[in-house]
Design a protein around this ligand. Sequence first.
Ligand code: ZN
Length: 397
Amino acid sequence: MTHLDRFIKYVKINTQADDKTGTTPSTERQKDLGRVLVAELLELGLEDAHMDEWGNVYGHLPGKGTRIGLNAHMDTALEVTDEEVKPHLIKEYQGGIIQLANGLEMSPEMFPSLNNHIGHDLVVTDGNTLLGADDKAGIAIIMSALQYFHDHQEVEHSTICVCFTVDEEIGEGPLHFNYEKMNAKYAYTIDGAEIDVIESENFNAKAVHIHVTGVSIHPGEAKGKLINACLVGNDLISLLPQNDTPFDSEGKEGFWHLTEFNGSSDEADIRLIIRDFKESGVENRIECVRHAVDEVKKKYPTSKIEWSIKDQYENMKQYVDKKPIAVKNAREALKKNGIEPVSGYIRGGTDGATFSKYGLVTPNLGTGSYNHHGRFEYLDVQEFEKMIDVVIDIVKR
Ligand SMILES: [Zn+2]
């Protein structure tokens, strides 16, 4: 089985997550891939390989020295189905438009990054599904690295601690993650795109829920009495900094974002998310919300406004910086493979951010796959294969 065969085998197993079921795993089908992976891990000599009741797959390949963790997630994104993925291989991409089987076109005008892959083999979809390279490319990279050590018993390596998680796409990868079972000193998620990028920074994230109760009275006799909850909410939102939304934000800038506003004249529910690379940036925006709530309470003393803040995830940088060996080791492995490492940051979160917070420092590495979460997802085969060598060097002694 070639590395590419392995990847194709995994993407053909439907593992889409679902944020409505409320179960773990969110979909039973994720366990279909889990069972395949457990069988393969056992064959590769990871004698303790197993899937737990939540669908997470663990296994260890004993070696010497530092215990290094490797993680990838088994589920695929919610935006587009992964049922009946029909991957198509383009040998030595010559540039220009790629015609997908269902008539859709992928052009370098739409996706300029295609120009970075001229001369390489690409795997694309038939246009009806996503590819699932996010994150089955990561899984295949880890499995192929393990295959290497199975085929080269003479090569010394660290103890390799493997975990394939469920439900990353709905932010629940760390929910039932067992740190003691994983038992690694530090780890990597292999879940990114560009292979030269090591991502060790992400947003700090909080969510705010505001509930407004108005005073509802028949509008015909409402003068001086009716307080419309939606209008109160509207006032509140208008008091937040208006040029601080995702529309205005890029790079290392944060934002507040109105994700939901539901209601009637009687009651309104407002949901915001707040993101910033700096903790203080999140706190400042929370202060803005507090101020807006206070002002609106003064203006509408007969309405009731309740609000709460929920922690979502933290920037992993503060934790990763305390254990620089993780990034250093990855940088050295990339360089050894002729790749100049680049420090990257994620305008979002990763499972690794939560792992890092709870003591398992986990930066993110690339997979050589791009345009995740959609029909135009593709894999650069040579980059993907390069990452197998990089991961081998990360754990090699
Ligand atoms: Zn992913």
